[in-house]
Design a protein around this ligand. Structure first.
Ligand code: PEP
Ligand code: MN
Length: 364
């Protein structure tokens, strides 16, 4: 159920409705919009009797939401969600494309710095890299763990990029949220509901990758898990699904971008690296992703891909990433998007430290 407040409803009236919802044993999710606030009601009890809230001051209408997902839906919030990182030029979901780049895994300080220097110069506002790697084989490199997170934090201090890294379970999430700016939930964990709920209680934005066989509805329901716990800063990411095709590692489903944008206010990025698994296909599909209207890209780049400890064959050489960015810069304006200027970022020293326990971003 959804309560739509009147355009001029006072903050006190919104608060009173939320308190009433909570007193009845449900959870209230106020979502301020440009014109009015809507309040989502969740909870695993029977549906609330609509008459209970209809007559409260400031309430315009109470709507029964028929879709299985509520908080991710445009029914509750028409405007796109924009996630900002105060003190930096990094934004996800605005007119500017969010560009995330870096190695699959953090392998050493030297490797991370070598790649970071290049992707920052090319215009990435976010540095990606795994410290905890969900590998198909238990004998493959599993990541440096907390040491990898420390290296990423150094990269942020040195280059001013925001840090995106994966949490593979509740234990690693505790550490990831201490160090990172964005918590990645990988494709293999898209339906790990306890992890999604834990991420929903974090203060950090969550980058949620599509499971390799997830339908659009399952994908949105996974985001709903995070939001239902109170974390409204969710970024979706298409990274390819498993099909019979064997010329690529996965089949990148770009049609999900407009499909998501029609139903949800959440930003959606494209990962053509995992989506194709082949270096020579990453640039063409990045161009396509921007053209189709994605809110940004997440790309694997390695300075020595032939020596990478994971996903070397799909990692771009830094020069290839430069070229990709040059092409993206040309395509972006055609679809009304902008791209951050090359290598210009807020110097690290100007980035205010986050007081612990506060929310790093204002929900858009
Ligand atoms: C990754 O980003 O390195 C990764 C493991 O991605 P995915 O979960 O999409 O396979
Ligand atoms: Mn990878």
């Amino acid at each position: 159920m959804l309560v739509v407040m009147q355009a001029h409803a006072a903050p006190d009236q919104v608060r009173a409705v939320c308190q009433k919802i909570e007193s009845l044993g449900y959870r209230a999710h106020p979502m301020p919009g440009a014109e009015r606030t809507a309040i989502g009601i969740t909870g695993n009890k029977d549906a609330l009797e609509p008459g209970t809230l209809d007559e409260m001051p400031g309430v315009q209408e109470v709507i029964q939401v028929t879709k299985p997902y509520k908080l991710v839906s445009r029914d509750i919030k028409q405007e796109n969600t924009v996630i900002r990182f105060p003190g930096t030029d990094a934004v996800i979901g605005g007119p500017g494309l969010a560009i995330m780049a870096g190695p699959c895994a953090i392998e050493s300080r030297e490797q991370a710095f070598a790649v970071a220097e290049r992707v920052q110069r090319a215009g990435a506002q976010f540095f990606r890299g795994g410290a905890y790697k969900p590998r198909t084989s238990p004998y493959s490199f599993q990541g440096l763990g907390e040491e990898g997170l420390r290296i990423m934090a150094e990269v942020r201090d040195r280059f001013g990029m925001r840090i995106v890294t994966e949490a593979i379970d509740n234990e690693s999430l505790e550490l990831v949220e201490e160090y990172a700016d964005v918590i990645q939930i990988g494709a293999r964990n898209m339906q790990n509901f306890s992890l999604l709920k834990r991420a929903g209680r974090s203060q950090r934005p969550v980058l949620l990758k599509r499971g390799m066989s997830a339908t659009l509805e399952e994908f949105l329901m996974a985001a709903e898990y995070v939001m239902s716990e109170g974390n409204y800063n969710v970024i979706l990411c298409e990274r390819g699904v498993r099909t019979f095709a064997d010329h690529t590692r996965n089949t990148l489903d770009l049609s999900i971008i407009p499909a998501v944008q029609r139903l949800s206010h959440l930003p959606i990025l494209v990962d053509p690296s995992h989506g194709t698994g082949k270096r020579n296909k990453v640039t063409p599909l990045s161009r396509a992703a921007v053209a189709v209207g994605a809110d940004g890209l997440i790309i694997e780049v390695h300075h020595q891909p032939d020596q990478a400890l994971s996903d070397g064959v799909q990692s771009l050489y830094p020069e290839q990433f430069d070229e990709l960015m040059a092409q993206v810069r040309q395509i972006a304006p055609v679809v009304g998007r902008t791209v951050s200027p090359i290598g210009i970022h807020t110097p690290a020293a100007a980035i205010p430290a986050l007081p612990s326990g506060t929310h790093p971003v204002a929900p858009g």
